[in-house]
Design a protein around this ligand. Structure first.
Ligand code: ADP
Ligand code: MG
Length: 690
């Protein structure tokens, strides 16, 4: 039966119910899905070697004739061998197959085959174990560049490749979705050619063309969607606020702003007093002073009679912002409220009522709390701290809200330094301001990597800091020794047990506190507040303090099992210290023996620049760290390698802008395929292009 793009996998030969289920785990249910399951790498099987000249080690193709009928032997239950001798004009190769009984009949004496495998040598005897083989002249998986696929248990690469070969003719049906003009201008290969060659490339240049087209395509649809969202926001009416001299706000601050802070405040002021809704990202490394910018924006809005909602990623951070901002803005008569899960039902209702009545100018809470149907009298500004948890689709949904009212201004703040390529994609719909300067008097945090043998010395240093009046964080990767289900975590420092031990054995005379995500919100808040007041000297915590927490008196952070964390995450943690005028330290404790792990940690120790660290992290770990949990709210990208494709990304963005300039709503018949693809890609944002 003819296969088509919609054929279910069970229609392929070699796929029954079992295999179909396994393939479904990879998201492959139809022939079409299989065609868009791209290889992650390639293996060059083009060169055919002779038996004598074949290099030892790497897998190679050898063309040879079976010199005998294969011999099948049963060694014991569950272990069976098939052995056969093959020859070419240079020598003899001894083949052994384990538990592949079918080989006995598949290889016939006197016939020519191509064998693909690693050649081994003992004395002058050359051999190969479990080679892949096929009849010479009827090759499909040897003698060419072979794809290497992402796999799942029970599906081998060989099987995957042979399935793709079965459906490859369906590539004919793939409709060309890129407009002809775009393909011509950017020299992009046709869809059919590209799909065929991304799987089974004819040669290197065909592969390059295929990859270029498919990457461009992906980035292009993404850019069309993002650019459209941006245009739509800019096309809608804003709610221009009356300008106010920035100095009036600066008088409220306990410090002089840095030049960068001041510049960004002016940029924000220009947006807020302009005709269009603000849609701005403020990016600044940890400790660069982003909170002051948020305070400024909400002050300006309150002055104009509007309300602001500030969303923090954690309750700990929401409560801290509440303390800071209410203290800062109270003298200006700005009413600030807090809305977190830790409050009693009565307190929450009070805050909600006050918001609806317009008695509060600024409310601070977590993302969940604010988005869940809170009513405002006049919501004019949304501030999202730590933006990567507030993705494109949330921003789009927000922009669409407001009904007849103009959409609120949006200010997004991120300390997560995101590499340039990623930023261009993730923030494609935002204007960007960068705070590229630190408050004065800060010295970089001195960072050390140590092993277990220095633990006692490190504890003496902790004590010394506390005796000088400073405070210390000790970060552990786990909450409990054994999380109950699943494997126990050997060697991982767990907050509870570690804190107990430190309190009893190491620092019986010091005041320790404990903080982790499983505590009740109330307890968390009390602990954090006690640490902020200096009552707790050593805070033993999980990474809940990772983002945003600000206690300037803390001068030392110790990270246990540091090799378990990503570099960017460690940089964020390190950002908890070095916020005041005291010399500050970060000690990374590891017992890892892996040279790469140590190298990573040393990179961190040697670098203070968050952006550089993020680039490094991206190189070492791939975009998973940024894209892992889809919190960015962006569609999944398949081919776009996010480190290297900046130039192509720019081309795709240009093409997207050009297309939308000509056909802003994608209403022309020839652009319908583009519209469909963008809608598919942005399925989380169903009203795009409505
Ligand atoms: P982040 O950018 O990480 O959110 P914060 O806004 O929390 O940084 O600021 C970090 C610390 O630096 C805070 O204690 C804040 O009061 C202080 N700070 C911010 N700006 C300045 C400045 N211009 N001069 C001195 N201290 C500042
Ligand atoms: Mg912050």
């Amino acid at each position: 039966m003819e296969l088509s793009l919609d054929s279910p996998m069970t229609q392929l030969s070699g796929v029954g119910e079992e295999r179909a289920k396994k393939l479904a785990k990879l998201g492959i249910e139809t022939a079409g899905d299989l065609l868009s399951h791209y290889p992650r790498d390639y293996e060059d099987r083009r060169q055919i070697c002779s038996i004598r000249q074949a290099p030892l080690g790497p897998r190679v193709c050898i063309s040879a004739m079976a010199a005998e009928h294969p011999r099948r032997t049963r060694i014991r239950k569950g272990l069976e061998l098939v052995q056969v001798k093959v020859v070419d004009h240079t020598g003899t190769l001894y083949l052994t197959f384990f538990n592949q009984g079918y080989v006995e009949r598949a290889i016939r004496a006197g016939e020519e085959y191509i064998f693909f495998g690693a050649v081994e040598e003992q004395g002058r005897r050359r051999s190969m174990t479990n080679p892949i083989f096929e009849r010479a002249g009827r090759q499909t998986v040897t003698g060419r560049i072979m794809p290497v696929y992402p796999l799942t248990a029970g599906i081998s690469n060989h099987l995957m490749a042979s399935l793709v070969l079965q459906v490859l003719p369906c590539a004919r049906e793939i409709a060309e979705t890129l407009p002809q003009s775009v393909r011509q201008e950017h020299r992009l290969a046709a869809a059919e050619f590209s799909v065929q060659n991304i799987h089974f490339p004819e040669n290197e240049s065909a592969l390059e063309l295929a990859r270029r087209r498919l990457t461009f395509e992906e980035l292009f649809y993404l850019s069309v969607g993002l650019t459209h969202l941006k245009d739509r926001r800019q096309g809608s009416a804003g709610r221009p606020l009356a300008p106010r001299p920035v100095e009036e706000f600066l008088d409220l601050l306990p410090f002089r702003p840095t030049g960068a802070q001041r510049r960004v405040m002016e940029e924000v002021a220009r947006d807020l007093t302009g005709e269009r809704p603000m849609n701005r990202l403020v990016q600044g490394d940890v400790g660069s002073g982003k909170t002051a910018v948020a305070a400024f924006a909400s002050w300006l809005v309150a002055r104009g009679g509007g309300q602001t909602a500030l969303m923090a990623p954690t309750e700990v951070l929401a409560e801290q912002h509440y303390r800071t901002l209410s203290g800062l803005l109270a003298p200006a008569g700005v009413q600030v409220g807090l809305l977190t899960g830790g409050l009693s039902a009565r307190e929450k209702r009070k805050t909600r009522d006050a918001l609806a009545a317009g008695e509060l100018d600024l409310v601070i809470g977590t993302h969940a709390l604010i988005s869940r149907g809170v009513e405002f009298r006049d919501l004019a500004l949304m501030v999202a701290d730590e933006q990567h948890r507030f993705g494109v689709s949330q921003r789009a949904a927000l922009a669409a809200k407001g009904g007849d009212m103009a959409p609120p201004h949006v200010l997004v703040m991120s300390a997560t330094p995101i590499p340039r390529t990623l930023a261009l994609i993730i923030y494609g719909d935002l204007d960007i301001s960068v705070i590229d300067q630190r408050p004065p008097g800060r010295t970089p945090v001195a960072t050390y990597v140590i092993r277990e043998d220095k633990r006692q010395r490190m504890y003496r240093f902790v004590r010394q800091q506390v005796e000088e009046g400073r405070q210390v964080y000790i970060i552990c990767p786990a909450v409990e020794e054994d999380p109950g289900e699943g494997e126990p975590l050997p060697d991982l420092k767990a907050v509870k047990a570690h804190a107990e031990q430190l309190q009893q054995k190491t620092f019986p005379d010091l005041r320790l506190g404990i903080l982790h995500g499983k505590m009740r919100p109330r307890e968390k808040e009390e602990t954090m507040a006690a640490f902020a007041r200096g009552e707790i000297q050593i805070l033993v915590s999980t990474t809940v303090v990772e983002v945003g927490v600000d206690v300037p008196n803390a001068s030392l952070i110790v990270v246990e099992n540091a090799d378990r964390f990503g570099l960017s995450q460690l940089h964020q943690l390190r950002g908890r210290v070095g916020r005041g005028q005291h010399p500050s330290y970060c000690v990374l404790v590891t017992s890892s023996r892996s040279p790469e792990a140590l190298q990573r940690l040393r990179t961190l120790a040697a670098t203070a620049d968050g952006f550089q660290i993020a680039e490094e992290d991206l190189k070492l770990r791939g975009p998973g760290d940024f894209f892992g949990d889809r919190q960015h709210g962006l569609p999944q990208l398949k081919v776009a390698s996010l480190t290297g494709d900046v130039a192509l990304l720019r081309e795709a963005q240009d093409a997207a802008r050009a297309l939308l300039a000509e056909d802003p709503r994608l209403s022309r018949p020839e652009n319908q395929p583009v519209l469909r693809r963008v809608r598919q890609l942005f399925s989380d944002t169903p009203d795009i292009f409505n």
